[in-house]
Design a protein around this ligand. Structure first.
Ligand code: IMP
Length: 196
């Protein structure tokens, strides 16, 4: 059994990855290893922030670690909200306020094209690796659907005519930025099992 730390406080995300990876891997959260301090995301890119968290855990706690960072990048807004996706409308991280601000900022724009981008950073076996998952799509002009979280009600993935919040988790996980990045992660771990 190999223990990996997922640099998150979201136990739900951790169980999800544990299920994807299968027996042989035990996933611990920050709380599980006694890391109760907030790791501040001070970098200007998703890659920088993901690496910062994974390095922090490796250096301070000694565990192999991976972390995940996701942003919504909208073309007509020069890539915003990007690294500010979680706190776009303010520090309270309200999904409703974030969506309302994005819809307002897109009023009158010719393009509503955007993408979700997930970066997974790993510090395993003495090396650092970055994996990326991208899901292209369009921002709607109003909320549609009830499932999911964050910006799901206003994002229609390319090739579909419903939002993530209408498509539901099963469909979403097959095509999403996080699903794609996590699948790359699973393949890499299986290929490297035994070397770390
Ligand atoms: P995190 O890096 O996973 O914390 O994601 C940052 C922010 O991006 C979250 O607070 C959500 O608002 C948004 N986000 C991330 N993934 C998704 C998704 O799959 N659907 C909708 N919003 C998302």
């Amino acid at each position: 059994m190999h223990t990996l730390v997922f640099a998150t406080n979201n136990a739900h995300k951790a169980r999800e990855v544990e299920q994807i990876l299968g027996p042989g891997f035990e996933i611990k959260t920050l709380k599980d290893i006694g890391c109760l301090e907030e790791i501040e995301e001070t970098e200007a890119t998703l890659e920088g922030n993901a690496l910062l968290k994974a390095r922090y855990v490796k250096e301070k706690y000694g565990y192999d670690c991976f972390s995940e960072d996701t942003g919504l990048e909208v073309e007509a807004l020069d890539g915003a909200p990007g690294v500010h996706t979680a706190r776009y409308a303010g520090e309270d991280r309200s999904a409703e306020a974030n969506m309302a601000l994005l819809l307002k900022n897109l009023e009158g724009k010719a393009s509503r094209r955007g993408r979700f981008r997930t970066i997974i950073a790993l510090t395993f076996g003495g090396k650092e690796t970055l994996l990326e998952g991208i899901c292209m799509g369009n921002i709607t002009s109003q909320k549609q659907g009830l499932s999911g979280f964050g910006y799901d009600p206003i994002f229609i993935p390319e090739g579909f005519d419903q939002t993530f919040a209408e498509l539901g988790d099963d469909v979403k996980n097959q095509i999403s930025h996080r699903g794609i990045a996590t699948e790359k992660f699973r393949k890499l771990l299986l290929a490297e099992e035994g070397t770390f």
